[in-house]
Design a protein around this ligand. Structure first.
Ligand code: NAP
Length: 295
């Protein structure tokens, strides 16, 4: 019997683990991939209070080690289901806890094109900082108009010979400061009001067809970096929480779900701002509420 089971080892889940570990509780964190969540892929974090600049990898690793030092158990298992009784069923076994904190985050949104998933690692990537070094001196494209796409385009422009930045609108969602930097880069070409129609190649990506205001155009590429946002993966929790139309968990008082003793935190829940600061905030609120529930 654990005091708390936390599903997800991203910043929100690990912050809950930090607070609960410091309160001497028996805590299990279950993670299906690797610790750190999406922040591990951020090249630089410059908006976390008190830390002027740190890489996403260093931030996530520091937090992970801080939590491990407290004796929190972290297991790499995929959760299949959570029962209202706070039983958590993974692919491997079953665990029982007094409270469950869902911190399952969100995953990269896909374009939904044929071969997109098959060619991940063969020309398709969702992480410029992870895979950019494979494209030194090569031609790549980034799809998207948010901060991730803008940052990725800048990062890749320092490695690749040419970067197309493909966005479906003329206005960008990302910040002006990144746009200004992009405009100064000679090897970034903006391809606006354009969508990716199809991917081509034999066994890996060689070119794409884009649709730009009704006109088709072929771009020969070595790599396509898809940065079109994230989406949650909360279907497995539907028996214990309520989801909104986009699949995020509906909560009250920030983190309470419809089932007592089951909390939802971080990017997985309905919220206005999905940032590192709000993820760690959720994590601490859930831990303190959970501590009261356990008493
Ligand atoms: P985002 O802000 O949600 O932007 C996603 C972009 O992809 C939008 O421009 C959107 O176009 C486009 N898009 C969505 N679906 C598409 C589709 N099917 N086909 C083509 N384009 C599509 O996602 P994000 O850039 O990953 O950022 C997520 C959050 O993290 C944001 O709050 C962001 O500010 C934050 N972030 C912050 C930093 C930083 O502060 N340094 C760095 C990275 C991310 P439309 O604009 O037309 O909707």
């Amino acid at each position: 019997m654990y005091d708390a089971i936390i599903i997800g080892a991203g910043p929100s889940g690990l912050t809950s683990a930090l607070y609960l570990g410091r309160a001497n509780k028996k805590v299990l964190v279950l993670e299906s991939k690797s610790y750190g969540g999406q922040i591990i892929n951020a090249s630089t974090i410059e908006n976390y209070p008190g830390i002027p600049s740190i890489s996403g990898f260093d931030f996530a690793t520091n937090l992970y080690e801080q939590v491990k030092r407290l004796g929190v158990e972290i297991k790499y298992e995929t959760v299949l289901r959570v029962e209202p009784t706070k039983k958590v069923i993974t692919k491997e076994r079953e665990y029982q806890a007094k409270v469950v904190i869902i911190a399952s985050g969100a995953t990269n949104r896909k374009l939904g094109l044929e071969k997109e998933e098959e060619w991940i690692g063969k020309g398709i990537s969702y992480c410029a900082t992870c895979d950019g070094h494979f494209y030194k001196g090569k031609v790549v494209a980034v799809v998207g108009g948010g901060n991730t796409a803008l940052e990725d385009a800048i990062y890749l422009s320092n490695l690749a010979s040419k970067v197309y930045l493909i966005h479906r609108r003329e206005e960008f969602r990302g910040e002006e400061k990144y746009l200004e930097e992009i405009k100064k880069k000679e090897n970034i070409e903006l391809v606006l009001k354009a969508t990716v129609d199809s991917l081509h190649g034999e066994t890996s990506l060689q070119s794409i067809t884009i649709d730009q205001e009704g006109k088709k155009r072929n771009l020969f590429l070595d790599g396509l970096f898809i940065a079109i946002g994230q989406e949650p993966q909360n279907q497995i929790f539907q028996n214990v929480v309520e989801l909104d139309e986009k699949g995020y968990i509906k909560t009250q008082e920030e983190i309470l779900t419809k089932t007592r003793g089951i909390y939802a935190i971080g990017d997985a829940r309905v919220k206005n701002l999905r940032q590192l600061t709000t993820a760690t905030s959720d994590g601490s609120i859930a831990a303190v509420m959970a501590l009261k529930e356990m008493d």
